[in-house]
Design a protein around this ligand. Structure first.
Ligand SMILES: NC(=O)c1ccc[n+]([C@@H]2O[C@H](COP(=O)([O-])OP(=O)(O)OC[C@H]3O[C@@H](n4cnc5c(N)ncnc54)[C@H](OP(=O)(O)O)[C@@H]3O)[C@@H](O)[C@H]2O)c1
Length: 371
């Protein structure tokens, strides 16, 4: 298989980790990286401030967008797809707002547009929705998908007031300098839009009345709840109803001992309630290496479809096509990434993992029957 040439838009927390992971692989080469301030970087790779050097370079196969924000990221992603490049992005704002349009644009240009890292950082939840659960009826999807509010609520349970807990979260790098999207519930709403877009083919643009954050929660509320045997987390839930989709982000109360109340720091948990039963995903919802692991996985998935430019499948997979499905997790994020053995690629069913690895110590493997 030929070497895949990629370019990156952005070299921040996530971008640097993508570079770190790819340093262990010789099948993917980083040709160029777009940044705002090249003098601030000491990396030994070609940097540019001119995005057209990337978009117009015919040798670049995949553009990895890790710069964040809608403007100009959306324009750059659109231009890359128009010029026949696949795109991998971690940008939940762009995907929540334009995901459906960009998936269609990618399809028209016979390219991949993958965005696993945009929800749940290092958790392969979109992969599961796109592939493994494609053939099952999903009733609801819910989860704790914002680490910042987790951290703040946990601190408040220890007695801190909201404003102090927020300052501590910012000092420790858990919260952005502008935390309004996190604490106001909008970050969770964007991620839920993406989840429900894939689960229900319904791309919701959340309204004010569907989204409520944690700014009004007081530490005294949490203490009273705890005395009664309950705790509170910011939960996002989309649920198929008779002829509509319920969509809500809200601080929600659970009995002590519930899995959401055990999550710490940037840990996320997402439950998918389906005809196949309830399936839980839990893991790192943010962080450079965790998020970059999802990005590199998307790069690899596109890479395997590149030689003949097969479009990636987002349409319904007939049940009869699937015999077995495998979900394989790496336990240790820093393990080197081996090549995918041919036998696994050609075997029955689908590989849903970020990385299909040969059996090894330290691996947890799950096997599901898909029919
Ligand atoms: N951090 C996480 O844990 C995490 C988790 C999941 C998803 N994400 C998503 O991943 C994306 C990147 O996050 P991050 O934390 O890595 O961001 P970051 O640390 O702020 O890095 C952003 C990078 O993009 C570059 N950049 C921004 N605007 C640019 C512009 N207009 N032109 C050229 N370069 C530009 C910056 O260049 P300079 O270096 O020159 O300033 C910087 O290198 C975001 O969409 C975020 O929501 C992040």
């Amino acid at each position: 298989m030929k070497t895949t040439r990629i370019a990156m838009l952005g070299l921040g927390t996530v971008g640097k980790s993508v570079v770190e992971i790819l340093a262990h692989q010789n099948t993917v080469v980083i040709d160029k990286i777009l940044v705002r301030n090249p003098h601030r970087h000491t990396i030994d790779l070609p940097l540019t401030t001119n995005v057209w050097e990337i978009i117009e370079d015919p040798d670049i196969d995949i553009v990895v967008e890790v710069m964040g924000g809608v403007d100009p990221a959306y324009e750059y992603v659109t231009s890359a797809l128009h010029s026949g490049k696949s795109v991998v992005t971690a940008n939940k704002e762009v995907v929540a707002r334009y995901g459906q349009e960009l998936m269609e644009l990618a399809r028209q240009n016979r390219q991949g547009f993958l965005f696993e890292a945009s929800v749940g950082g290092g958790i392969p939840i979109l992969d599961a929705l796109n592939w493994h659960l494609r053939t099952t009826v999903i009733h609801a999807i819910e989860g704790v998908i914002n680490g910042t509010t987790n951290f703040i609520l946990h601190e408040m349970e220890q007695g801190m007031e909201f404003s102090h807990a927020l300052k501590r979260a910012q000092a420790l790098g858990f919260a952005e300098q502008d935390p309004s999207a996190d604490v106001g519930g909008w970050d969770s709403a964007r991620k839920l839009s993406i989840l429900s877009g894939l689960a229900f083919n319904s791309w919701i643009h959340a309204e004010e009345e569907q989204v409520s954050g944690i700014t009004h929660v007081k530490s005294s509320h949490l203490h009273r709840l705890r005395d009664m045997g309950f705790g509170l987390r910011l939960v996002a839930r989309a649920e198929a109803q008779a002829s509509s989709l319920g969509f809500v982000v809200a601080p929600t109360v659970y009995p002590l001992g519930h899995r959401y109340l055990q999550l710490s720091g940037s840990q996320n948990a997402v439950g998918i309630f389906s005809q196949a039963g309830t399936i839980w995903f839990e893991g790192p919802g943010a962080g450079g290496i965790a998020t970059a692991t999802s990005i590199v996985s998307d790069i690899q998935r596109i890479r395997f479809s590149l030689p003949d430019r097969e479009p990636l499948r987002f349409d319904n997979v007939p049940v009869a096509d699937i015999d077995d499905a495998y979900l394989i997790f790496r336990e240790e994020a820093r393990q080197p990434m081996p090549e995918v053995p041919d036998s696994l690629q050609k075997g029955p069913g689908y590989l849903l993992s970020s990385y299909p690895l040969p059996p090894d110590k330290g691996l947890v493997q799950y096997r599901f029957r898909a029919k």
